[in-house]
Ligand binder design. Structure first.
Ligand code: 6CS
Length: 351
């Protein structure tokens, strides 16, 4: 991309943030006077896992506050892409947002620990327990606090699944494959380690990039592959179980601290309740939508599992990326990685 195009892109991004700041500053039509407005932006469209989270959050907050609070949910694209949403949250224009490490890693490099492959296990239950480890949550929350955020929850949206235009079962199969990644820099290292040519792109540009052969492959959970129609423009779907898609629910710290104690408790209670709900929901969405994909595109070749030997080849190739993470993701990266690895060990032996 030319310098001029990059500058134009940056300007357009800032213009979007400015327009959103002005628009979001207005009270939504039909709002009763005296009702408090909380704005919640998600990185996915309506009908997604993040949307299920935000809609349930809205229902619970509005009901339990007896109408004193109205939550407005902004699906992907309505207030910009992931980076713009994060910026608006930081400015306090938005009060709540989803912030996925796959994009947030540019602002908080240590959070890219969730992008490392084979750090979590191939057992979803173990991973869910590890991601809820109090020590891990505290360590990540401390990093978020430095950027003006407060971490509300960390959760998995399901296994990351590759959709490609050719079968991939070994790192050799990835040679020369233009793999779309989210925009955090560590993802480039993760796919370079397999011999692929990674190309970072915002979520909203992936479908047309696959269609125009600007990229050959992408990686996302099944529900996202279905709702973004990525399966239409790829031929293979491969389940390596190398990592789940991890995201975080976040609020603006200053906003949260300005809330009355009963509203802080309300948010904390709702968020705690939502954790189990969202894990069940993502599991159901991923299962149902795989069936839908199979029905809509019977010609799609689905490799539902790699053999242990094949996974081992990827695991070995991925190990050097841990060193790259420790060397490039900030002074606390190694400590965060150790905290996650310890959480995984604890989760393996938990009842
Ligand atoms: O691939 C992405 O960029 C996006 N994927 C999901 C499942 N959620 C948000 C994220 O931005």
């Amino acid at each position: 991309m030319s310098r001029c195009a990059r500058l134009r892109g940056a300007w357009m991004g800032w213009l979007a943030v400015l327009v959103c700041t002005v628009v979001l500053g207005c009270t939504p039509p039909g709002t009763e006077p005296g009702v408090e407005i909380w704005r919640f932006a998600i990185e996915e469209p309506l009908g997604s896992v993040q949307d299920a989270y935000a809609q349930r959050f809205k229902d619970l907050i509005e009901t339990r506050s007896d109408g004193a609070i109205k939550v407005v949910v902004y699906p992907y694209g309505t207030v910009g892409n992931s980076d713009q949403v994060t910026e608006l949250l930081r400015m306090g224009t938005l009060q709540f947002a989803m912030a996925s490490p796959g994009h947030l890693g540019k602002l908080i490099p240590e959070v890219q620990v969730f992008l490392l492959h084979f750090v979590l296990t191939d057992d979803a239950e173990v991973n869910n327990r590890a991601l809820s480890d109090p020590g891990l949550i505290d360590a990540i929350n401390a990093l978020y606090a430095e950027k003006g955020f407060r971490l509300l929850d960390i959760y998995s949206e399901g296994w990351m699944v590759w959709t490609t235009k050719k079968p991939v079962r070994t790192p050799e199969d990835f040679q020369g494959v233009k793999m779309r990644t989210m925009t955090s820099p560590l993802l480039l290292a993760a796919y370079e380690a397999y011999g692929a040519s990674p190309t970072p792109l915002p979520y909203g540009e992936v479908y047309s990039a696959l269609q125009l052969n600007m990229i050959d492959a992408q990686v996302n959970p099944v529900f996202a592959i279905q709702e973004m129609s990525f399966y239409e423009v790829t031929d293979y779907m491969i389940f390596p179980n190398h990592a789940p898609f991890v995201t975080t629910a976040v609020t603006n710290r200053e906003f949260f601290e300005s809330l009355a104690p009963e509203h802080q408790t309300l948010v904390q209670d709702v968020v705690e309740e939502l954790h189990g709900y969202i894990l069940d929901t993502q599991q159901a969405y991923n299962t149902e939508r795989l069936d839908l994909i199979k029905e809509r595109k019977p010609s799609l070749q689905i490799i539902e599992a790699l053999t242990e030997a094949e996974r081992q080849r990827f695991r070995e190739a991925s190990m050097k990326v841990r060193d790259q993470y420790a060397a490039t993701a900030g002074p606390r990266a190694q400590q965060i990685l150790d905290t996650l690895l310890e959480a995984v060990e604890r989760a393996k032996t938990a009842p």
